[in-house]
Design a protein around this ligand. Structure first.
Ligand code: SF4
Ligand code: SF4
Length: 188
């Protein structure tokens, strides 16, 4: 695989500064609404803020990769003397819990760092975090050029895992026919 310089985007989370305002959840869901900013629903956010009522601690967690199957292991964290539930900090959209899934379709949600054209100076959740609990950094790294999966690919993978590829292909063909779009219209 060829090597090339790629931009690594990082959002640093300072849990001590997070006050639980959930502005990050709201703006993320609004930015990704279709059309953009037409709605806001934290259940559609690609960041969720966990709350520990006993210690009054808020922990922002970003949606990571889609997991087609539940993993066999479970992580349990103890932080500052408080034990957190299994899977609490896991970033995966997975079948074992409801977090990081589009509430209507059940399709996985993944943080895309607010990819936009033209690009944003900073992701929206960082811009809206007035407590400065979230800060954005970029760095250049040499590495293998791996194609990033887009939102459509991730959604299709999830649907295929649930219904099988053949059913998915048949359904797309049927819908395209109904719409009057020839199946080869999408070919370059
Ligand atoms: S916007 Fe910032 S302070 Fe508010 S919940 Fe999100 S991370 Fe915490
Ligand atoms: S970087 Fe963008 S997509 Fe990711 S959680 Fe923040 S607002 Fe949502």
């Amino acid at each position: 695989m060829s090597q090339k310089t790629r931009t690594i985007k990082t959002i640093r989370i300072d849990v001590d500064k997070c006050n639980g305002c959930r502005a990050c959840e709201l703006i993320c869901s609004a930015f990704h609404a279709v059309p953009r900013y037409s709605s806001n629903n934290p259940e559609r956010a690609r960041i969720r803020v966990l709350y520990d009522p006993l210690r009054d601690i808020y922990v922002p967690v970003y949606a990571g990769a889609y997991a087609a199957a539940e993993c066999a292991g479970r992580d349990r964290y103890t932080i500052d003397g408080k034990e957190y539930a299994e899977c609490a900090f896991c970033r995966a959209s997975c079948s074992s819990r409801d977090i990081f899934k589009e509430p209507d379709s059940g399709l996985p949600l993944k943080c895309d760092m607010c990819e936009a054209d033209p690009p944003l100076a900073e992701p929206m959740c960082v811009q809206w975090c007035l407590a400065e609990a979230l800060t954005y950094e970029e760095r250049q790294e040499e590495g293998a050029a791996e194609p990033a999966l887009g939102e459509i690919e991730i959604g299709l993978e999830a649907l295929a895992a649930r219904h099988g590829w053949q059913k998915l292909v048949d359904t797309v063909a049927r819908l395209a026919q109904k719409d009057g779009t020839p199946m080869d219209a999408a070919k370059p």
